[in-house]
Design a protein around this ligand. Structure first.
Ligand SMILES: [Zn+2]
Length: 118
């Protein structure tokens, strides 16, 4: 399923809502709407500059949700990665395995998404 400019606007609006709610304005943000090979959305961080790039894929797999619900889900999900970004860097700096750490981070994110579900 393809995403439109309107979908991208919803993604940005939702992401900004969660950035404010979680007090994550200490990062600088930019947004992209582009082809992402295997993800529906991504969160890229440039830790030194405190810059985050949140991207929505031009094609997504909406699973069991409506497209609108899925885009809102993706926006919250990517912002929760920002919430945990400092921990991620601390862990990786100490030699944690990237894959193992990310699996645990996703466990936390999925619990938070359940708890924050509106
Ligand atoms: Zn994720």
């Amino acid at each position: 399923m393809y995403t439109t400019q309107k979908d991208f606007e919803l993604f940005k609006k939702e992401a900004n809502k969660w950035i404010d709610r979680l007090s994550l304005r200490d990062w600088e943000y930019s947004f992209e709407h582009k082809d992402l090979s295997k993800n529906d959305a991504t969160c890229k961080s440039y830790f030194e500059g405190k810059i985050i790039v949140l991207s929505l894929g031009k094609a997504i797999n909406k699973e069991n949700r409506t497209k609108r619900e899925h885009i809102k889900y993706l926006a919250m999900h990517e912002v929760l990665h920002v919430l945990l970004e400092n921990l991620y860097h601390q862990a990786i700096d100490r030699g944690f395995c990237h894959g193992d750490y990310l699996a645990e981070e996703h466990c936390v994110i999925h619990r938070l998404q359940k708890a924050f579900k509106e």
